[in-house]
Design a protein around this ligand. Structure first.
Ligand SMILES: CC(C)(COP(=O)(O)OP(=O)(O)OC[C@H]1O[C@@H](n2cnc3c(N)ncnc32)[C@H](O)[C@@H]1OP(=O)(O)O)[C@@H](O)C(=O)NCCC(=O)NCCS
Length: 200
């Protein structure tokens, strides 16, 4: 059973919430209309075969399953003025037990970069992570060359903790990650979760 709260936020310009069946056309249009890939971490546009209604239904089912398992929370980011889908923020690989932590993920569609949407959406995701998911700590792992992501982590006030060597397998090789983190206290939120005692 999930422990999650509402998992939705309205910020000044954005709405952050799980994708819903009514979002199909917005999801398809956003990914079909992305500009050509701008760096190694940018997904770029997707072809029609990846954007069918059946694919969308499968994606919603997979995300609901992961939320129900309290393992992975992916939230869509919409502009409130136009309703466009502009990206995704996530709490990945939730660890309960003694850590009460997750990895933070974020991706903004490239035609919307550099307008502060990333910062606004990740702030909302941090609030969801600390309040709705009752996590104590989030960590973002960023490849050292991903200067946009490093700029975002710094501008959010995440703490740089060091280089995790050969941390994840990406694009066919093991890559190092610069680790950034935050705990709820650093965002003025008191931890209200519960650590279950370990069984012998
Ligand atoms: C990283 C990413 C989410 C940033 O999204 P964004 O909406 O463009 O970011 P914002 O506009 O909110 O900018 C956040 C901060 O980074 C700065 N920044 C953004 N792009 C920058 C760039 N190219 N150079 C320098 N600074 C940059 C902004 O000035 C802002 O700092 P400020 O608040 O001090 O002004 C986006 O580039 C992206 O989705 N990239 C591809 C996926 C990815 O790399 N995900 C992260 C994997 S770890």
């Amino acid at each position: 059973m999930t422990r999650a709260g509402p998992l939705r936020r309205r910020t000044r310009r954005l709405e952050v919430r799980p994708l819903a069946p009514r979002d199909y056309a917005r999801w398809r249009d956003a990914y079909a209309g992305a500009l050509p890939k701008r760096n190694a971490w940018d997904g770029g546009p997707r072809g029609a075969a990846a954007l069918t209604r059946a694919r969308f239904r499968a994606l919603l089912a997979e995300r609901a399953r992961r939320r129900a398992a309290d393992g992975f929370y992916d939230l869509a980011v919409f502009r409130r003025d136009t309703g466009e889908l502009v990206g995704t923020v996530s709490a990945m690989d939730v660890l309960r037990g003694l850590a009460q932590s997750a990895y933070l993920g974020y991706s903004i569609l490239n035609r919307h970069w550099r307008r502060g949407y990333g910062k606004e959406a990740v702030r909302a995701m941090l609030d969801v992570a600390f309040r709705d998911l009752r996590l104590h700590r989030v960590e973002a792992g960023v490849e050292p060359g991903n200067r946009r992501s490093i700029a975002l982590a710094r501008s959010l006030g995440l703490r740089r903790e060091g280089l995790k060597r050969r941390a994840v397998f990406l694009r066919g090789r093991w890559v190092d990650l610069l680790m950034y983190s935050a705990t709820c206290e650093e965002f003025g939120i008191r931890w209200t979760g519960r650590v279950r005692p370990r069984r012998a």
